[in-house]
Design a protein around this ligand. Structure first.
Ligand code: A2P
Length: 286
């Protein structure tokens, strides 16, 4: 990846002057710490940047200077954009890893600080990669909720489906809070209710579960699906390729396990170039 872009905007024909531009910088506008392991933040959005809700970009900070050369390189990681495509800012939801090269530093950002953002969004968790259906399932663990924070605020989600089911499995109750508050906020979001239709949020069925702390619904979503408990609790039939579409974002073991289950229900994996029944993205951890 190109780390510094040489620009020649001040060059004349006679004396070409090459100037090194700073990497793409955006300004932090908001930071909220949810637990000692999780935080979210918002940054300014490059005026020309377009993306589809559910996509990710590379973001990061300048690394420490090389002890020998003194040169600094950007330290970048892929982050799902948690805000919807119409939002004037960009939101991200991140884990804090105390010895992680990036998040050990990123967790200390404050409003007014600069971060690096490469404005080249990509990803498979997009509506374009799915065939029409009746229900959309969003399956998340941990910070894998991020692309769904975008898609839950995307009008197309409600235009395309009668029911929107979001499952979120976390270790502890506090880790559900970002998602819980976001879903709650949709009820009173005047702009979205006007844009999508009054009461659009009634299409959402929220299914939070915890695995290591007591909560009303405990267990891994995969186990709860195998037992049929999820379908009974939600009052929906078992997942089938005629009615159901799914997007998956979580840790690697989870992604693999649920992928196998979805295939077992008869769903076929889709892509931008070949829309099908479900798509998978891994959560990008430090
Ligand atoms: P568990 O506590 O049983 O490992 P993490 O924070 O490690 O990314 O995990 C987030 C959540 O995902 C945890 O609740 C964890 O449950 C759950 N999880 C991990 N692996 C799987 C899997 N293969 N299937 C379903 N859930 C999983």
């Amino acid at each position: 990846m190109t780390e510094m872009r040489p620009v020649t905007d001040q060059a004349t024909d006679a004396t070409p002057v090459k100037k090194l531009a700073l990497p793409d910088a955006q300004t932090v506008t908001f930071v909220k710490h949810w637990t000692d392991r999780l935080f979210s933040f918002r940054v300014t959005r490059p005026a020309s940047m377009r993306f589809r809700s559910g996509e990710f970009v590379m973001i990061g900070l300048m690394g420490d200077p090389d002890p020998k050369t003194g040169k600094q390189k950007p330290l970048l990681r892929a982050y799902s954009i948690a805000s919807p495509s119409w939002d004037e800012e960009l939101e991200f939801y991140s884990i804090k890893v105390q010895d992680g090269p990036l998040t050990s530093r990123l967790q200390h950002i404050q409003p007014g600080d600069a971060i690096i953002l490469r404005p080249k969004p990509v990803g498979t968790l997009v509506h374009d990669a799915l065939l029409p259906g009746k229900r959309i399932w969003f399956f998340a663990t941990g910070t894998g909720f991020a692309p769904f924070a975008s898609l839950l605020r995307e009008p197309q989600t409600y235009e395309d489906y009668d029911e929107v089911i979001i499952t979120h499995t976390c270790r502890e109750v506090g880790e559900l809070q970002y998602g819980r508050e976001l879903i709650e906020s949709l009820k009173t979001d005047e702009m979205l209710n006007e844009l999508i239709g009054e009461g659009f949020w009634k299409k959402i069925k929220y299914y939070p579960t915890t695995t290591r702390e007591e909560s009303p619904k405990m267990g891994r979503i995969t186990d709860l699906m195998r037992k049929g408990e999820v379908f009974a609790d939600l009052g929906v039939p078992q997942i089938n390729p005629v009615e159901d579409r799914a997007m998956v974002c979580g840790n690697l073991a989870f992604n693999l396990e649920i992928k196998e289950m979805l295939e077992g229900y008869g769903l076929v994996e889709g892509a931008n170039s070949n829309p099908q029944h479900y798509v998978v993205e891994k959560a990008f951890l430090d």
